[in-house]
Every structure is written in C-alpha cells, then in structure tokens.
Design a protein around this ligand. Structure first.
Ligand code: IVH
Length: 707
C-alpha cells in the first residue's frame, strides 16, 4: 500500500467512508495473513492503517463495524462482562467411566429408537465452554456457559482470537458451541515468561479461563487461545443440516475450526466410512464393537496431543433422533462423555464464606459437603479470589470436583454439575465481613483497607507468634482469638505487656497454659532481629528476605525505616517494586506504633543485640525464681524473668517449697509472706541488678547468697 493512500483518506472522504474503506482493506490483509500466512503489506504500514482506524472508531463509535478488524488487536478499555441469557440450552454431558458404559449408551439409544443409529466420537477438550452468536453472519456475542441459562458476555476477548471468525461468508443467524483452549506448549512458554510465581497458572485451562476474562482485551492478545467448534444451532431450522457430520462440515465451510481428530461409529466400519465420506470429512471409521480398542488408543495418544483432553464425547449423529430423545434437566439424552479418570472427588458447594487475612486480603472459601479424599475428610477448600470464582462460574449448590493441590491444600478444580436452583455465579460481598469497610480491588485481588480490622489484627498477632516466626509457645490462632475477643490482647505489641492472668478463666485456657504462654512470650524476646523483622509481616518480608536485608547492611529497624526505594532495590532479588513496598509499609503509623511497643518490651530491633543474651554464663542454673511487686528497671516485669531465664534460672508463678528465690519489687504481699514462711531468699531489685551484673556493684550493703 503506497504511503499516499492514507493522506487521501483525510482529504477526500468523510469519516464513514474512511472507516468503511479501512475496514475492508484491513480485513483483506488480516484474512490473508491469518489464513494463509501471507503478508500483503509491510508491518509498519499495516500498523499505521490499523491505528488510524482505531482513532476514527474512537471518535465515531457509532460507525464502527461490529466485526471491525480492530477487534483483533484488543483494547485497553475495561471489560465488564455483562450477564446475558443464552438463546440455546447450554447443557453439560452425562458421564461414563468404562467401555461398557459407552457401549450401553449405544445399545440403549438404538433400542429406544428401534432403528439404525450412528455416533460421532470427539475428543473432550479440557478448556472453556463458549457459545458464539452470529447474526446476519456477523459475530455479535461470545458468551460463557455460566449456569447454562445465563452466561457472561466476553466478546471483546474472544474477538482477539484468530480462529474465531468475526464474520461469515453467508449472512446466517447461528449459535456455535465450542471449547476455547490453550495448547500445552503455549501454556508452558507463557508460564515460564511470567516472573511473578504467584501469577503462574496451574494448568492450560486455568490460564485460558483467566485470559477469557482479562479486563483489558489488549492483554488477551498475547495468549494464543484457540477454539474447536463442535455444535451449531441455526435459527432458521430449514438451514439445519440433517446430522452431526454435516453440521461439522457446514461449520468448517463457514470458517470455524473443527477438530480433525474425529471418529465415527456405525454397525460396521464400512458404513461409518461411507458416512464420513459423504459428509466430506476426514475421520476414523469404527464398528460399535471396536469401542474398547478405540478408547485404549485414545488414552495412549492423550499425552502426545498438543492440547489437554479429559475424555471423549460420543454423540448420536442423526438430528431427528436427537430431537426425539431430547434432554433431561441437565443433559442431552443423545450424548455421553467418557471420562479418562474418575473425578478425584465430587462434593456439593454448600456455601462460600469469606476470610480476612492479616494483610487484609479477602479469601473466599468453599464450604462443601464432607468428602473423603486422599485419606482425609475435606469440608473446606480455598477459592483464591473473585477471579477464580468467575473463571469456574461457581454458584452455591453446584457440584464441584475437588483435588488436593500438591497433595495438601484442597482446591476446587471445576464445576461438574450446575445447581438446579438457578443460582448464578457467586459474588464477594462489597464490604469486609468483619469490620464492614468497603472492599477495595488491587490487581485482581480483594482487600479490606482497614488496618484496624479485628480479623486483620488477629491475623497479624497470630502470624507474629507462629512457629515459623517468633515461635511463641501456646499462642496459636485460637488463643489469639480468645485473648483478642476478651480485650486482653489487642495488638502485636500488646503481646509483651498483656496481663495474661486475666485470661485464666477463659474457656480452654487455665493457670498452666497461661504460665506456658507467659514463658513463651519471654523466650521470644531473645529471637534475632531478622526473625523479628520477618514476624512483623510488613510488605510480606519473609524469613529469607529478612535475612537478606540484614546481610545487606539493613541490620537495624532504624536503617530499614530510613531506607530508600533504590537502596532496597539494589539488594539482589529485590527490585524496585519490593523497594517501594518496604518503604510504604514502614511509613505506616500502625507499624511504627508496633515497633515502638516492641522496643519498649526489649525485642531485638538491632542485629547487634542478637547474640548477647544467649551467650551469658549460666550463673543462675539450678535456681527457681518467683517474682512479685513492680520494678523500676524491669517494666514490664517479665523483663526480669527473662534475665533469670537467660542465665539458666527457672521461673515459676507461685512460691512453693521448690522456690529458691523471690524477686520482690515494690508492693507485693502474699508471695512475700509465703516466701518468709518457707524461708525462701527474698531479693530486692537493686540486689538482683547487681547479681546479674546490670549495674556497677553498689557498696557492700548486704549479703546475697545463691544457696
Ligand atoms: S458437546 C449439548 N463436545 O464438555 C452438547 N462438549 O460436560 C454438549 N466439551 O460443557 C457439549 N469438548 O464444554 C461437547 N467435543 C465436545 C467437547 C465438549 C469439550 C465440554 C463442553 C461441555 C462439557 C460437557
């Protein structure tokens, strides 16, 4: 195309003429390129024309052709996938798990019909079910299966797929069913290119499902989705071909992509062969009795296919028979799906509950009928986020297939049966279920934006105390919940000042567990700085990144609080984004408050504090201490207990015959009396300080003996 052509559009034509001309020219270039791989024009020239058409269509949206070639390149406008009602029933298939069950389907159908029947056998593609609606030969809507009656209009994304014709060679009104999928090799390549591990899809179907629902269709373009079409519904019945083979042949003639791995069954192989030939289709012919061999052959072929299949679909060929047999509530009576493997486990989705994590992340959780899988009974399974629910088109009451990902975490893999109560796809609430703050969206995930949200706070406390972090004995999520709700523990920093004795009356707690908890809390004071840093859970700094920070010179909380994006970004494996997240997290007032509280408690906030306490000579080993009253230097007084423990002494909560020392501060009544009665040595704060070498020894004003 000579350069000058573009200019003449401006001079001589009105917008409609220019749009029409560009549309038909670009359509020719696209067709030639997509179908035959032939470029009639330089890439740069093509782009120039396409850009001009996009510009004109933006200015005059009413003049845009519904099948404009610009739809192929996608757009950065936000899709909202409106719900639309299907005009054909979009049902799923009844299942069979053995050769016999398929043969039984053949013979039952033949018996019912009382005549000769033939069956098409197709691969059951493991992809996303899609209905393409054409009016007057122009693609108007591409709609997901949804609940079979109502699906989501995902047209802009489907229009970017080269294998989906935007217009047909004939002005027909037709609905075409097909499976949108991604080839295995493309899935592997795209996943390998995805640097962010959390964004990698688990399998080609999930990546395809995510792409079909990309909010910006321009992002769908880089995922080479494709489609196999397998059913056609003409609104003018007189145009409907007489059997499945002719439907496939017609679809092919209209430009739809048909799976070439077609098989056909009749009473004899010759009859099957003849029907394939008369429809003008390639395919493998079989007699009914070949069914076992056919299924084995396909199972063996499965790993070498370019795409994933999860079974085979057997369909009655004759359309008049199909019509007579009709449908049950969920399935056509004229088709059956042979599944290669029994599902891992099926369960009914009873409800979807919503959890709020320590970062505010909202996670939907599937509550399912108790289901045995891999030796345990599963009642709940994660649903990740709204996007995942949308991809599955999951509604309460659906039957779902459950697996254990990586053999541990139960996950909902797919919907095997839609609910019959008309429930539509579940939508997360607009408000945090805990604190009712409006939920915000961040990169496809949902968050409660309120750092003071009780569920978030509980999550942060439990995370801080967890085994992999500060490892505080007896402070698991259950206890955190109890203590929080009782008003005893309201923040991470509270852990070191809380009056746990008030919790002794709470259900499930008691003197003993409180003593263990208090001891666990004190012991945690000696955790190294990098552990404290990761336990804060800020910006998702985990154990490894915390250690990396410390090793890179960020070895105190001050240095981290004063760090810059570029400073953090320079650490190997960190990068700009992580840098920003760290700076942002440490600017938060609530984290600052936590840090100040932890400083007062004596938690290590500087790596130089780390080894000190641990290397102390065990001068108090063999002694048993109880503590009473309040102190100047040890506030909270648990600090004093910690000093005793660091030196090998044992601490107890009441004075008994085993107690060797009572550390007595100001006040304190009954314990002192008891110590006096039992002859337990009473040690003042000042004496204690001297004993542990925390202050220069005062003049010898009294005697202190350890035994
Ligand atoms: S026929 C009424 N043919 O499997 C016609 N389905 O549960 C029903 N599928 O939802 C569909 N490959 O998404 C048919 N060759 C094929 C298929 C196929 C995959 C999917 C489809 C359907 C599910 C059946």
């Amino acid at each position: 195309m000579p350069h000058g052509t573009l200019l003449c559009y401006h001079s001589g034509m009105n917008a409609k003429e220019e749009i029409d001309k560009l549309t038909s020219e670009l359509r020719i270039y696209q067709d030639k390129y997509y179908k035959e791989g032939v470029s009639l024009i330089a890439d740069s020239e093509y782009d120039r024309l396409a850009d001009r058409l996009i510009e004109l269509e933006r200015e005059h949206p009413e003049l845009q052709h519904p099948d404009s070639p610009t739809k192929r390149v996608g757009s950065d406008l936000t899709n909202d996938f409106p719900e639309v009602r299907h005009t054909i029933p979009v049902l799923s298939l009844d299942k069979a798990y053995s050769d016999e069950a398929v043969l039984d389907f053949f013979s039952r159908s033949i018996q019912k019909e009382g005549g000769a029947l033939s069956f098409a056998a197709e691969e059951k593609i493991d992809g996303i079910s899609m209905v393409l609606y054409y009016e007057g030969g122009v693609l108007r809507r591409a709609v997901t299966r949804g609940n079979g009656e109502i699906g989501n209009d995902v047209t802009p994304n489907i229009m970017t797929m080269r294998s989906v014709p935007l217009s047909l060679p004939e002005p027909v009104d037709i609905a075409v069913r097909g499976e949108v999928y991604l080839e295995k090799s493309d899935f592997l390549r795209l996943n390998a290119e995805e640097a962010d591990e959390s964004k990698r899809a688990a399998n080609p179907r999930n990546l395809a499902a995510g792409t079909v629902r990309r909010q910006k269709s321009i992002e769908a373009v880089r995922v080479p989705l494709t489609i196999f079409c397998y059913e056609g519904f003409w609104s003018d019945r007189s145009q409907t071909p007489p059997d499945h083979l002719h439907i496939l042949a017609r679809l092919k003639g209209l430009g739809f992509r048909i799976n070439p791995h077609l098989a056909f069954f009749d009473s004899t192989r010759e009859k099957a062969e003849e029907k394939l030939r008369s429809a003008g289709l390639d395919g493998k012919a079989f007699a009914f009795s070949d069914i076992g061999g056919f299924i084995r052959e396909k199972s063996a072929e499965r790993p070498s296919l370019a795409y994933e299949i999860d079974g085979l679909v057997f369909k009655i060929n004759e359309l008049d028979v199909r019509e007579r047999l009709g449908y049950t509530e969920h399935h056509p009576r004229w088709a059956i799906a042979y599944k290669f493997e029994a599902p891992q486990a099926e369960a009914k989705l009873l409800d979807i509950t919503v959890q709020v994590g320590r970062t505010g992340r909202i996670t939907p959780v599937a509550e399912i009928t108790p289901t045995k899988l891999g030796g345990s009974t599963i009642r709940r399974a994660t649903l990740h986020n709204q996007e995942y629910i949308d991809e599955l088109e999951l509604a309460i009451g659906d039957t779902v297939s459950i697996s254990k990902r990586g053999d541990v975490i139960p996950a909902v893999e797919s919907v095997t049966e839609k609910n019959s109560s008309g429930n539509t796809t579940f939508v997360l609430p607009a408000e945090c279920p805990c604190c009712h703050a409006p939920i915000v969206q961040v990169g496809g995930l949902q968050y409660c934006p309120n750092p003071g949200c009780p569920d978030q706070v509980k999550g942060r406390i439990a995370y801080f105390a967890s085994r992999d972090e500060m490892d505080i004995e007896s402070l698991g999520p259950r206890t955190v919940e109890l203590l929080y709700d009782a008003g005893i523990l309201r923040s991470v920093e509270d852990i070191y000042t809380a009056d746990y004795s008030a919790a002794a009356s709470l259900p499930g707690l008691g003197e003993k567990s409180i003593a263990l908890l208090e001891k666990g809390v004190r012991e945690s004071l000696s955790r190294p700085f990098s552990t404290v840093l990761s336990a804060l859970g800020a910006a998702d700094i985990g154990r490894k990144s915390a250690e990396m920070l410390v090793r890179s010179g960020f070895d105190s909380i001050e240095k981290i609080q004063n760090g810059t994006v570029s400073g953090f970004a320079a650490i190997p494996g960190f990068g700009e984004l992580t840098g920003e997240r760290i700076v942002q997290a440490f600017a938060s007032p609530s984290l600052r408050k936590t840090i100040e509280g932890l400083r007062k408690a004596g938690v290590h906030l500087d790596a130089s504090q780390d080894a000190k306490g641990e290397d102390l000579p065990k001068t108090l080993s063999g002694t048993v201490w109880c503590i009473t009253g309040s102190f100047e230097a040890f506030n909270p007084r648990s600090k004093a207990l910690r000093e005793i423990e660091k030196r090998g002494g044992r601490t107890v909560s009441s004075v008994t015959g085993n107690t060797t020392h009572l550390l007595a501060g100001k006040g304190g009544g009954s314990k002192r009396a008891e110590a006096e009665r039992l002859g337990v040595e009473i040690v003042s704060e000042e004496e204690f300080m001297r004993l542990i070498g925390m202050e220069a020894a005062a003049p010898d004003d009294g005697q202190l003996t350890l035994f």
